[in-house]
Design a protein around this ligand. Sequence first.
Ligand code: GLU
Length: 593
Amino acid sequence: MPLLQYVYVLVLCLLSTAALAASPAGVVAVSHPAAAAAGARMLAEGGNAIDAAAAVQFALNVVEPQSSGIGGGGFMMVYLAKTGETVIVDSRERAPAQASADMFAPDGLPIPFALASTSGLAVGVPGTLRGVDLALRRWGTKKLSSTLAPAIELAEHGFRVNRFLAEDIRLDSGRTQLQPETAAIFRPGGVPLAEGDWLVQTDLAKTFKQIAAKGPDAFYQGALARAIVQAQQRARSELGAAGRGRMSLADLAHYQPALRAPLIGHYRGWTLAGMPPPSSGGLTVMQMLGMLEPYPLGDSAQGYGFGSPQTLHLMIEAMRLAFADRAVWIGDDDTVPVPRLGLLHREYLATRAALIQPGQRMNTALAGDPTPWDKTAIPEKPARLPAESPHTTHFSIIDRWGNVVSYTSTIEATWGSGITVPGYGFLLNNELTDFNFLPVTDSAADGANDVAPGKRPRSSMAPMMLFKDGRFVAAYGSPGGATIINSVLNVTLNLIDHGMTMQQAIAAPRLSVTHAAGKVSCEGGQDFMRPGLGIAAQDTLRQLGHVGLGDAGTQGCLGSIGSVQAVTIEPASGAAHGAADPRREGTVIRVGP
Ligand code: GLU
């Protein structure tokens, strides 16, 4: 990150930290300054966190179009200060009614991921607009049209392309080049937009204006719906008709978001509200915390503490065990029951933690059987690991009344399917690639994450909230495919075990393992990532048998993992703060005293 930009983020963070006001203020933390400004504008105009979240989401569709938008879906966690309730709006994309378990493997062999994920077959029925609209109608104070206003202005008048958007266009694996409408926006005249270029999106402005005038039905029915259905019939020529999407007008017309109760967990006296299925986010983070709780991870006198090999070893092994369970047991439990109680049962987790050896890497990390600890017995299922992509976006908002939104939103891969709806200027997701490509279906049970009509693909998104003594303390989350789960774990441990502030917890280097096989990725290459994960600690991990860190004596922690945006309440003063991630253009804006 250029120094100036980092200083900018820091100054904003310091500003928000310095302004420890007695009277409450609102704070937005978003991965792009223009989208943060859209949310701040809602707060400044008297809106609440839900209004601001709607404006941020629409603005992100304009300024971070590669990551989220109305062509995608997401999970919005809302804390309502008045009632103390935490609720989730699940706007996850759904498989069309014509979807089938074998659609990604019609001849018994999986279609190559790169082809499937850039064909209409991968497009799920988008949920973001219905989800935002539902949240606004339930808890917002502003009209949908008012929350669209900043996005319309940004799309119509334009904005300056930042380094991250320019990089994503440049390193697009072809995704902005496959479809003419996408290329026309991001590679005008065949030249990729560069940092500093001005981007106007006339079609998108027109789409948002139609939605502002007529409401979400303008998207889910009529001409726009027909254009979506037509667009997802595009397929990579290599796949022919098998690559075409199966979405119908009826699928769009019938799409409804779900309201869900959060998954509640506990860790060292703190209460966590996490994302339940169809995401694996909450369950997997809480499983890892449950396995780690017996160890004094924060105590450097006992050889633990941040970045110590002992701490890192335990984190890696807990990740491997939790990801092994995730692969087998977790999917959309509106369709296939997930043994949630068993997966989080203290005794079950003790059996899992007992597999961790202090001085040696486990050879294999297999899924366990949580069903004896669950109310309903579930037949055992073999594991399948779908490929996942590293993009999406997370933002967090608190308003002056103490309402909070923690929202992770996506079109799946960076650039989604790469298909822009002709004439409407937004990208369609490729979320259905989060399903198993090869079905696990057998006579005993459907695979938890096999494709089925109307089903939601398993997600990793993990918007999280933290409470102490019944009071809200923090909201956070991250993009990053399966690494989301580990970014949220790292931040949680940094806050609770290592006593960091939220900004420190975000900046600190992260470690991630997303498969039971256990290839470690970790960070440390950038200046702000402090305290570092030292080469000596990495060497100890290598000696314990951990893989993915490269040669002994070298810096093996060079990755960049996630992008966390957070808001917090200081328990003593009640003051609100924001913290944002320098890994993207993370921005905190404080509104009010
Ligand atoms: N499809 C991903 C999921 O739901 C989106 C998250 C991401 O790629 O960052 O887990």
